[in-house]
Ligand binder design. Structure first.
Ligand SMILES: C[S@@+](CC[C@H](N)C(=O)[O-])C[C@H]1O[C@@H](n2cnc3c(N)ncnc32)[C@H](O)[C@@H]1O
Length: 275
């Protein structure tokens, strides 16, 4: 199995830990409505694929925004993240909401989960990972190893990841004259950047997951998140134009499941069933 060196793994964790205390404010719906729109579509997908009350493994839970939203919808969660301060924010948030009883927290990235899964003694029905944690893994081998251990036949894996092709990102950054950012997803060795702290990452699409997961998994839904709507960083600017995001959201919901468009965008939502 191809592994990340510890220094590569730690750089990603440190980057997110640095902003843990401000993460929720950076993406708050009042300044940037785009993430809330995206989260709502992810919850709808979870509602379509995971039975009410199911036990969900959340990979890369961050500050627990989805953890809390999904406990409120009646799911039980095993929430995991390798960045200790992000995980601490999630634990505090769930405790404040009186929902700690519905969640088990584990400090681990996808690689450690794959290595330690059997010793954790965890039983889950489905797995999800929202808003690109899996792009921090430099190989999808640990994802496959984890899913093979964690999911029973019929279990679902819902991943929201950054794919290589995002037409709106290319268009909008090119119009700004920032060609480096416009083409960043095509770099051979891409880097993530959290407020100037960089770390190695990878862009993954449906084809990458199909190849990595192999015949034990069947892709049953593919949907773009951000094919008409702009990438998240443009949210505050677009929100200043009255009605613009609402109009684009209507178009987005029509375009996002279309063949030819659904495999590209700012993020993509992929749903697999364990065969
Ligand atoms: C952009 S945040 C998304 C957090 C959360 N899912 C959300 O929707 O707000 C990415 C998260 O992935 C976590 N992460 C970084 N490397 C990871 C890895 N190798 N495996 C799993 N999660 C990882 C980070 O610590 C961070 O909390």
């Amino acid at each position: 199995m191809k592994r990340q060196s510890p220094s590569e793994t730690i750089r990603g964790r440190v980057a997110f830990d640095t902003i843990a205390g401000r993460y929720d404010q950076l993406y708050a719906a009042d300044t940037n409505p785009l993430l809330a729109i995206m989260r709502e579509r992810v919850y709808q997908a979870i509602g379509r694929h995971c039975r009410p009350g199911a036990a969900l493994l959340e990979v890369g839970c961050g500050t627990g925004e989805d953890t809390l939203a999904l406990t409120a919808r009646g799911y039980r969660l095993v929430a995991t993240d390798p960045a200790p301060r992000m995980l601490a924010e999630a634990e505090t948030k769930l405790a404040a909401a009186g929902e700690s009883g519905a969640v088990r927290f584990i400090a681990a990235g996808v690689e450690e989960l794959a290595d330690r899964w059997l010793s954790l003694g965890v039983e889950i029905d489905d797995v999800f990972s929202n808003f690109a944690p899996l792009n921090c893994a430099l190989s999808l081998d640990p994802v496959r190893a984890l899913l093979l251990q964690a999911l029973r036949p019929g279990g679902r894996f819902i991943a929201v990841v950054l794919p290589r092709l995002c037409p709106m990102e290319v268009l909008l950054f090119s119009l700004r004259g920032d060609l480096k950012t416009a083409l960043r997803r095509l770099r051979r060795s891409p880097v993530g950047d959290v407020e100037g702290r960089t770390f190695p990452m990878r862009y993954y699409g449906a084809g990458d997951f199909d190849r990595a997961l192999g015949g034990s998994f069947r892709r049953i839904e593919t949907r773009s998140l951000g094919i008409v709507l702009p990438p998240l960083s443009f949210g505050p600017a677009f929100a200043r134009v009255p009605g613009l995001i609402e109009a684009l959201t209507l178009l987005e919901d029509r375009a996002s499941p279309l063949p030819g468009l659904r495999r590209m965008g700012d993020h993509v939502l992929l749903v697999y069933e364990r065969v």
